[in-house]
Design a protein around this ligand. Structure first.
Ligand code: PLP
Length: 409
């Protein structure tokens, strides 16, 4: 009989969203007239900007004529998009990148999951907790996690708890970590790291020959000046960090799919004989072997996000979501609940008062007909917290908060 990859057996079944849906269904059955508002969605709700749609349409038309038709493109992405990324996302922040360092893909989800395969299975991986589950689970699939303990932690992974007690700043690991996943602004806590706080991690990586895998999927939501938009704004980071970015939350590409990953040319890691190897070459090899690039119209659409019109519309959408976040925060002030985030990210992280994440979920559903996400779904340190998102209409956001304010906690 063919054998399976047994690492998959260590994975906990993800019941989170099915359990949420099941609870909503049950509530609906008993209360068929209830107007339930979902504040649990981690997906954008506003359509693609007009400038993007126009460019997208034109590129599709190009595919209809033999003079302009495009077949396979470069696996790393078209130079026009990679250049636009360098010129717009990095140059203005004082970060110099070459075309070879930019890899276009169809999502930060796959890149953050796939990147671990260019590293040895023997590396120790440190991950902030709570966290976007992809980092943990992709490492468990690869055999770096092992079984789970009673606390719900995988034995092989170093957890860096981020809670109100440490102001959601991940503590430097006691045990040496080879690979460190950082996501800032953070999903799910909505918190961010200042330049000085992120510098501690760059210094740690430099001192310990570690590599940081930095997920900047929510970069576009940063409002405050002292928050870095790229890890490469920190001196020395080009030698120790890979950065992931996505057009998903920046420009509404969750259903269109386009993202990119920066693997600096000076970034190196060793083989078992102690010989150094550039990671850029390994990732390039991985991508050219396993990936055939993002479709041409999608890359043209992504490039249009950098036009004047595109930028104007993107900023308008981000402002809209962040105004929702402000409304959520403002209303939470009147509830007596402790809450975090929502300033540089579209997520608000509530501390559940003397109840578990799921008890808080039930209370909000029953007493306000509002749905959010129990923090425990993002890792053991998410227990006792609850995520609300700003991805909604203004009307729903206001209505949900009016209802939440009436609850006695
Ligand atoms: N990284 C983080 C932290 C996310 O929260 C998400 C989506 O929710 C992603 C990456 C996925 O990005 P993409 O749509 O580019 O795959």
């Amino acid at each position: 009989m063919t054998l399976i990859n047994e690492n998959y057996l260590h994975l906990e079944e993800s019941y989170l969203f099915s359990e949420i849906n099941q609870k909503i269904e049950e509530y609906r059955k008993e209360n068929p007239k209830a107007n339930i508002i979902s504040m649990g969605i981690g997906d954008v709700t506003r359509p693609l900007p007009k400038a993007v749609i126009e460019a997208f349409h034109n590129a599709v038309d190009e595919m209809a004529h033999k003079e302009t038709f495009k077949g396979y493109g470069p696996e790393q992405g078209y130079p026009f998009l990679r250049e636009a990324i360098i010129e717009n996302d990095y140059k203005p922040r004082g970060v110099k990148l070459t075309l070879q360092e930019v890899f276009i893909s169809d999502g930060a989800k796959c890149d953050t999951a796939n990147i671990q395969e260019i590293f040895s299975k023997d590396n120790k991986v440190a991950i902030t907790d709570p966290v976007y589950p992809v980092y943990v689970e992709s490492n468990v699939m690869a055999g770096r996690g092992g079984p789970q303990d009673k606390k719900g932690q995988y034995n092989g992974i170093i957890y860096l708890p981020c809670t109100a007690e440490n102001n959601f700043q991940p503590p430097l690991p006691e045990e040496k970590a080879d690979l460190i996943y950082l996501c800032y602004p953070n999903n799910p806590t909505g918190t961010s790291l200042t330049k000085d706080q992120l510098k501690e991690w760059v210094d740690y990586a430099r001192d310990n020959n570690s590599i940081i895998l930095f997920d900047g999927a929510y970069e576009a939501y940063i409002q405050e000046k002292n928050i870095p938009h790229s890890i490469y704004e920190i001196e020395g980071a080009l030698e120790v960090a890979i950065e992931f970015r996505s057009f998903s939350k920046t420009a509404g590409f969750t259903g269109t799919r386009c993202a990119y990953t920066i693997v600096p040319e000076e970034l190196e890691a060793e083989d078992s004989q102690g010989r150094k190897h550039p990671l850029n070459r390994l990732w390039n090899r991985r991508q050219t072997t396993k990936f055939n690039g993002v479709s041409y119209p999608v890359q043209v659409a992504a490039a249009a996000t950098y036009t004047k019109e595109g930028q104007k519309e993107i900023k308008k959408s981000i402002k809209y979501y962040m105004e929702n976040a402000r409304i959520i925060r403002e209303n939470l002030k009147d509830t007596g609940l402790e809450y975090y985030g929502g300033v540089n990210a579209p997520y608000i992280w509530i501390k559940t008062p003397n109840m578990s994440s799921w008890q808080f979920f039930d209370k909000l559903l029953e007493e306000a007909q509002v749905v959010g996400t129990p923090g425990t779904g993002f890792g053991p340190s998410g227990e006792g917290y609850f995520r609300l998102t700003a991805f909604n209409t203004r009307k729903n956001t206001k209505e949900a908060m009016e209802r939440i304010k009436k609850i006695e906690f």
